[in-house]
Design a protein around this ligand. Sequence first.
Ligand SMILES: [Zn+2]
Length: 299
Amino acid sequence: MHDAGLPPLAFSACPLDRGEAIRRDAAALAALEASPDSRRIVLRGGEPLISHNGRLVRFPLSDPRFAPERELIFLGLEDGTALFAGETADSSDPFEDSRFSDPRAAGMRLDTGEAGIFAFARSLLLWRERRSFCSNCGDRLQEAMGGLRRDCTACSAQHFPRTDPVVIMLPVDGDYCLLGRQAAWPPRMWSALAGFMEPGETIEEACAREIAEEAGIRVDQAGTEYVASQPWPFPSSLMIGLIVPARSTEVTIDAAELETARWFSKDEIAAMLAGEHPDADVPPKIAIARRLLEVWASR
Ligand SMILES: [Zn+2]
């Protein structure tokens, strides 16, 4: 692992034991659902209920507040205690020291680990919402593996939650790196180029293709360096952060993807990270793009 001195990225470092053996044992799962020790977290419209101290609010399963709309999803064990998640439709106001938080803001407000639990729960719940019917035969699906799988009783197809890999990368040329801007972004904001991987691609190939498509830059695939990855629960991406040596420097942007792209010097990036650049900003701490810049600028 690179740069072990840096703190985990938001939404990563989920501390749960995901309880594979329990998921396969319906009786064990039922016992945990009946246990007064078990707890559940709650999301409403994809927003987690969080307390003022940076933690997800945990309810006993028998607590009627913000009751789940559907079966609970089993997240795993924390210190031996079962933790579940449910989406609620209860529109009551939260109690005084808690609130439903915008999901991106939750990535910053929640403690490390707590944001990881939230990311896992949010991706699973959103996947279930969109996966009621079998894509093979059209019959209704049933919950399996505590929510980590959905099964079709008509054709026996098993459906697993999606994770969509996204490459996000910093092409570098000596003391310069390339950043882009999308027209929809706030003024001043620049970030790393990124794009979804396609079927039949390696990470290196996706990285090279995206940089060529968006900015017309050729890179040295063999020099692709993995820096970090980050679960991104909007709804279920995995960001794969890379630094890659450029083989060309003339920028030709794809206007459908980017408003502009340009090379920044290491001094400029240092100023942007410090919030001291006269007309350019980098993404907030929650974003892996910022981590790529921190890692590269510190070299
Ligand atoms: Zn089916």
